[in-house]
Design a protein around this ligand. Structure first.
Ligand SMILES: C=C(O[C@@H]1C=C(C(=O)O)C=C[C@H]1O)C(=O)O
Length: 364
C-alpha cells in the first residue's frame, strides 16, 4: 500500500471511530429514554404492557421514510428493529412462543418481528402456541398462516375458530430453501432427502429435475430434517439457513425453491389486538346464513365502503350449524369510523361474525 493510501485509510478509520462513539452515546441515551417510558407506563397502570406494537410499527415506518441511503430502507429498519428490541428488553423482554423446534422459519419470523432480544420458546404444535398465549405463560405467539406457493395453513385457521385469541401483528418472510448435507455425506450418492411436506411442495420441480430418484421422506419440520442428515452418509435435507446453521450443515445447492418470490406470512397472536397505528389490517371470521345470495349480501358492504380486501378463505365450519365460514383480511382498523360502520352492516347480514383483531401492516 502506498503511504498516501495508508494515510487516507487511517483518517477514514479515525472518522469511523468518532462516529461509533457518537452512535454509542446516542443508543445509550435512547435506552435511558425507554427506561423512563417504562416508569411512566408503570405509574399509569401497574399491570401495564411494555411492548407497544403500534408504536414500534410507527418508529420503523418513520425511519424507512427518512432514510436517504446508502443503506436500503429494509436494512436500516432491521438495525433499528434490533435497537428497539434491546431497549424494550430493558423495560421487560417480550416472551414469545413459536412453532418449533428451534431453527424453523417460524422462529426466524419471531426474531424478525420482535428482534434478537426477545425470549423465544419453541412449541411442538400450533395448538400449543395458542394454549401458551391463552394461559398467559408468554406475551405473544407466532404461527404460519399462508405461503405464496402452497396456500393457507389450514390448521392455524381452524384453531382460531375455537379460541378467543386475538391477532396483534403480521410478518412476511422470504423463504429460501437449500439442499444441505453433513460432513460425512457422500454427495454423489444421495438416495434420500428429508424435509417438511410444505417445503417439498415448494421445491417439487427442482427435485424432479435434479434428484428424480431420491426417496423423499416427509418429517415434522425442516429442523428435524437437518438433525437427521447429520448421522446419515447418503441423505440430504431441504431446509432454510437457520436450521442449516443450527446443525452445522453445508449448503450444496442454494435457493432450490421453485418460485423466486416464495414467501410465508405469519401471525402474531396475543390476548389483545393492537391500537390504531395509521396503516393497519383487520382479520375476521364470518359464518354465512344458509340462503341464496348470502355471500353476495355479506360482501356488498366491503364493496360499497371501498374496502381493500386482501384475503378471502373458505373453511368448512366445525360446528355443523352452518356449512362454511370465511376468513377475511382487509386494510383498515376496527377503530376507524368507516370500518366500524361497515362491520356493523356485515354483522347484521352474517349468521355470526368474530373480529380476530386489527394490527399494524407488516413493516419489514
Ligand atoms: C419505549 C417504548 O416502549 C417500547 C419500546 C419502543 C422503542 O424502543 O422505541 C417502542 C415501543 C415499545 O414496545 C414506548 O412505548 O415508547
Amino acid at each position: 500500500m502506498s503511504s498516501d493510501a495508508a494515510a487516507s485509510l487511517d483518517a477514514l478509520r479515525e472518522r469511523i471511530d468518532q462516529l461509533d462513539n457518537d452512535i454509542l452515546h446516542l443508543i445509550s441515551e435512547r435506552a435511558r429514554c425507554a427506561q423512563e417510558v417504562a416508569e411512566v407506563k408503570l405509574d399509569e397502570d401497574p399491570g401495564t404492557r411494555f411492548y407497544r406494537p403500534e408504536r414500534e410499527a410507527q418508529v420503523l415506518r418513520r425511519i424507512m421514510a427518512m432514510n436517504k441511503g446508502p443503506l436500503s430502507d429494509e436494512e436500516m429498519a432491521r438495525l433499528f428493529r434490533e435497537v428497539m428490541s434491546a431497549c424494550l428488553a430493558l423495560e421487560q423482554p417480550v416472551k414469545v412462543a413459536y412453532l418449533g423446534p428451534e431453527g424453523t422459519f417460524t422462529q426466524q419470523a419471531a426474531l424478525k418481528h420482535f428482534g434478537e432480544s426477545a425470549v423465544s420458546l419453541p412449541m411442538a404444535a400450533i395448538d400449543e402456541v395458542f394454549r401458551e398465549v391463552e394461559a398467559g405463560a408468554v406475551n405473544y405467539g407466532v404461527v404460519p398462516v399462508e405461503n405464496s406457493t402452497e396456500g393457507v395453513v389450514n390448521h392455524t385457521l381452524d384453531t382460531f375458530l375455537e379460541s378467543s385469541i386475538r391477532i396483534a401483528g403480521e410478518v412476511v418472510l422470504r423463504i429460501h430453501h437449500h439442499l444441505l448435507v453433513g460432513e460425512n455425506t457422500r454427495r454423489d450418492k444421495i438416495s434420500r432427502i428429508y424435509s417438511h411436506p410444505q417445503s417439498f411442495a415448494q421445491c417439487r420441480k427442482w427435485l424432479d429435475a435434479h434428484y428424480p430418484h431420491a426417496e423423499r421422506v416427509a418429517v415434522a419440520s425442516n429442523a428435524e430434517a437437518s438433525r437427521l442428515v447429520k448421522t446419515e452418509w447418503h441423505s440430504a435435507a431441504i431446509a432454510g439457513d437457520m436450521a442449516g446453521k443450527l446443525y452445522d450443515l453445508e449448503v450444496i445447492h442454494e435457493k432450490v425453491e421453485d418460485r423466486p418470490d416464495n414467501s410465508t406470512r405469519f401471525l402474531i397472536i396475543g390476548n389483545r389486538d393492537a391500537p390504531f397505528s395509521g396503516s393497519d389490517k383487520t382479520s375476521l371470521v364470518v359464518a354465512m346464513r344458509n340462503q341464496p345470495g348470502a355471500l353476495h349480501d355479506l360482501l356488498e358492504p366491503f364493496h360499497r365502503h371501498r374496502i381493500d380486501m386482501t384475503r378471502l378463505e373458505t373453511r368448512p365450519s366445525r360446528s355443523g350449524v352452518w356449512n362454511y365460514v370465511f376468513f377475511i383480511d382487509f386494510v383498515g382498523h376496527h377503530d376507524e369510523p368507516h370500518i366500524a360502520a361497515m362491520l356493523d352492516e356485515v354483522r347484521l347480514r352474517a349468521a355470526d361474525l368474530k373480529v380476530l383483531g386489527s394490527y399494524p401492516q407488516g413493516v419489514l
